[in-house]
Design a protein. Sequence first.
Length: 286
Amino acid sequence: MANVPRFYNSRTAAEIDLSGLRNPQCYNWDAPRYAVLFLCGSGGVAVRAPPKLIIFDLDDTLIDTSRVFFDARESFVRFMIRRGFREDRVRRYFDHAEERNLKRFGYISERNLITMRETYEALTEAGGETFSHKDLQTIASIGSECLYVLPKPLPYARRLLSWCSSRFELALLTRGSEALQNAKIENLGMRDCFELIEVVERKTPEAFRKAIDALGHSPEQCISVGDSMRFDVLCAIEVGIPAIHVTYPHSDIQWNHDKATGVKGKAIYRAATLPDVRAVLESLIT
């Protein structure tokens, strides 16, 4: 049964016998909308008892943050095309500048505006043109959307938090500028659901460790819920916290810095939607 996932009873941690299946290696193991996968040879972590603490991510897990950023970027690209620049050059330079500015400034919303201005200035200079004050005003208006337009809650987010808060302790671990993240949390309207809210510059294993220590829980009593394989899942697993990986809400776009490789062999609960997160959690407490 090489390369076939192992499935475990969520309450007893006993392995479920798959020997009766015919050609089990031919099954499409990704077909269920949610499942906990323990790949053969995995050292991973497992939930051996119902969790007591759920650690939620905010951006693109509970609220549709990327939509705001990507809409602003597309507005900028359309503006640059109208100014006579080639779309492929604009997108290529923007992506390179975005990666560079992420390392310089971290997860601040002003980064998008800085990247837009740098892209405009670099391509304008390369074309032998001079900067236009009117152009810079237009770019400032487009980039400000990331500062003042608050993301909308994703479908079922509020219902999920209400359901969870009556059964578990909840923590919110989010990265970015404290003022903006707090504004997003207020707009979501569910602050009272959380026992702990932590806004960090970068989400790391140490950030998870500090959060669970603050609430007096051990890693095996917790579970992380988020859309980023790199930050919400792998950082949690490194500390020993199991994780539910929620499918990124936009299948056509993805942040390059959130992508991760080398996840084979990890124990990860996968949820296609927020209702599926509830289904996974229900399976752990029933």
